[in-house]
Design a protein around this ligand. Structure first.
Ligand code: NAI
Ligand code: MG
Length: 539
């Protein structure tokens, strides 16, 4: 299929396939990553969205290596968040389709070639998949921007290259998974076999559709499980495209099945299926609780959860204020503020507080909001009308509860789901904007006096996903990294994601770790094998 290079069709084209890891890692050290500096877009520039020319070839469910209609024949629309217009109608999977997908995954696991293949062969298929994805980087990025609304530059330079990188990371693991020989108190030979769990059910959200996809399928496939993936109803397109490439790379039928559809139907069917051996989920804590219940009421399948967050970003008194402002801005506003780990409670020491607030406001006012296909745009629309309304409600609640609205607070334009970068100062701990996940471009700045106080306040949250610490003092950094009850502490950087760095939550932000060596535990079980040894002298 001939695809036109999208980047050449955009105003002011740019090279799309740069090194994502280097790009991301540089965010911690370089305060000039923000792109163009101009006041956020006016409505006029949003009236004529750029139409990407990428072709949509896959809108059916992918079951047993084939694209097929849903059993019911139903479809659902997926929307362009820039306008609310329909991009495509996608086959809508529900319980019957999940049954078919699970049956295919079961067959591919129990009798199929996947777990029986040599680890090296599995590894090579995953490597080949990554090569194909890399080749189609720009088309996949265009699809993602269209369906999700994130800036194309970020999709093309960060998200898709990271998908490629993650698959290569896991391809590297596939032939390095093995058990141990264990010393026992007796004349026995004891060994452990590290075996796949079986059919993995995976339910992912819409904020980073391809990263969530990679974090889930990567370890599952490396450990030779088979997969039934339920994508988010807001963003079904990219996973279908990419999964097709995996099959082109040689993935056998039934190993990876993709069922698009809604949560309470398709998602619930995955979570409660008796023949799904494990479920992994990323999304809201509320939905996590439902999935946990469905999993335990059915076959007590183990669950891995990556849920919500209300992450503190702590600016200490010794901080370089300009750098801290830039990093705190990035920590909150990246990806339209739709990050589970967003630095959504910006704690600033009283000595630098006033200067910080003034500069954070100025930085937010310079944020470039606009059509995500335009070069230099930092912020596109929110994902859908539900999230858009929810965020505007939180902004109203911030105003009503007495926080100071420094800038923003309104929608941008009249179409689509764009929201002004919004900054609140004088935020108090008990306010809704300081306790609940807003998942939008709304920064809440809180003042603190000393470290003991800020540790206590930062930890006063049911969530414990991540934290940012901004300080030049090694003692302060050492103290905070231990005291904060969270799964990730970023010191003088934020959102530094690497395939090898584990990610996951304390408390109600979830359990289990994704990425890195720890992620393999979620997709393996350990079999102990014991046999007597006749001659004790050998022990
Ligand atoms: P959600 O948690 O309901 O949806 C995430 C995934 O779960 C989607 O694939 C959805 O179809 C599925 N799902 C929904 N209900 C289900 C059910 N009963 N059984 C099985 N699967 C189900 O999140 P939603 O409604 O899209 O967003 C609501 C809030 O969740 C956001 O405002 C944000 O605060 C949070 N969220 C957190 C994310 C994270 O990365 N931790 C990602 C997306 C949302
Ligand atoms: Mg969409």
């Amino acid at each position: 299929m001939a695809y036109r290079r999208l980047s050449s069709l955009l105003s002011g084209s740019f090279s799309a396939s740069s090194n994502s890891a280097a790009y991301l890692l540089s965010l911690g050290r370089n305060s000039n990553f923000g792109g163009g500096i101009s006041r956020f877009s006016t409505a006029a520039s949003l009236e004529a969205p750029i139409t990407p020319s990428v072709q949509i070839n896959h809108t059916q469910l992918l079951i047993n290596g084939q694209f097929v209609d849903s059993a019911s024949g139903k479809t659902f629309p997926t929307l362009d968040p820039r306008t609310g217009d329909v991009i495509a109608h996608v086959s809508e999977g529900d319980a019957e389709d999940v049954n078919r997908a699970v049956a295919a995954a079961r067959k591919a696991f129990d009798g199929g070639p996947w777990p029986k293949m040599t680890a090296y062969e599995r590894s090579r298929i995953i490597y080949r998949s990554a090569d194909l994805i890399e080749k189609h980087n720009d088309e996949i990025a265009a699809l993602e921007t269209w369906d999700n609304g994130k800036p194309y530059e970020q999709a093309a330079k960060i998200e898709v290259p990271m998908l490629t990188r993650l698959l290569r990371y896991y391809a590297g693991w596939a032939d390095k998974i093995h058990g141990l020989t264990v010393p026992a108190d007796g004349p026995y030979h004891v060994q452990t076999l590290h075996e796949p769990i079986g059919v993995a059910g995976q339910i992912i959200p819409w904020n980073f559709p391809l990263l969530m996809y990679a974090w889930k399928i990567g370890p599952a496939l490396a450990c030779s499980n088979t997969v039934v993936m339920k994508t988010a109803e807001q963003t079904p397109l990219s996973a279908l495209y990419v999964s097709n490439l995996l099959h082109e790379a040689g993935l056998p039928p039934g190993v990876l099945n993709v069922v698009s559809g809604y949560g309470p139907t398709a998602g619930a069917a995955v979570a409660s299926h008796m023949d799904v051996d494990k479920v992994a989920f990323t999304g809201s804590t509320a939905t996590g609780k439902i999935i946990s219940e469905l999993a335990s009421k059915s076959n007590l399948k183990p669950v891995t959860f990556e849920l919500g967050g209300k992450s503190p970003f702590i600016v200490c008194e010794d901080a370089d204020v300009d750098q801290a402002v830039e990093l705190a801005h990035f920590a909150l506003f990246f990806n339209q503020g739709q990050c589970c780990c967003a630095g959504s409670r910006t704690f600033v020491h009283e000595r630098v507080y006033d200067e910080f607030v003034e500069k954070a406001k100025a930085r937010a006012m310079k944020r470039v909001v606009g059509d995500p296909f335009k070069t230099g745009v930092e912020q596109g629309p929110q994902i859908d009308s539900t999230q858009f309304e929810k965020i505007l409600n939180y902004i109203r609640s911030g105003i009503e509860s007495g926080a100071t609205l420094e800038t923003g607070g309104e929608r941008v334009g009249t179409k689509g789901f764009y929201i002004q970068p919004t900054v609140f100062s004088n935020v108090q701990d008990g306010m809704k904007i300081a306790t609940e996940e807003i998942f939008g471009p709304v920064q809440s700045i809180l003042k603190f006096k000393n470290l003991d106080e800020v540790i206590k306040r930062a930890n006063t949250s049911p969530y414990g996903l991540a934290a940012g610490v901004f300080t030049k003092d090694i003692g302060t950094a050492n103290n905070l990294m231990r005291a904060l009850r969270v799964g990730t502490v970023w010191i003088n950087c934020f959102d530094t994601f690497d395939a090898a760095i584990p990610f996951g939550g304390y408390k109600m932000s979830g359990h289990g770790r994704e990425k890195g060596i720890y992620s393999l535990n979620n997709y393996l079980q350990v079999k102990a094998v014991v046999s007597p040894v006749d001659n004790a002298a050998w022990l």
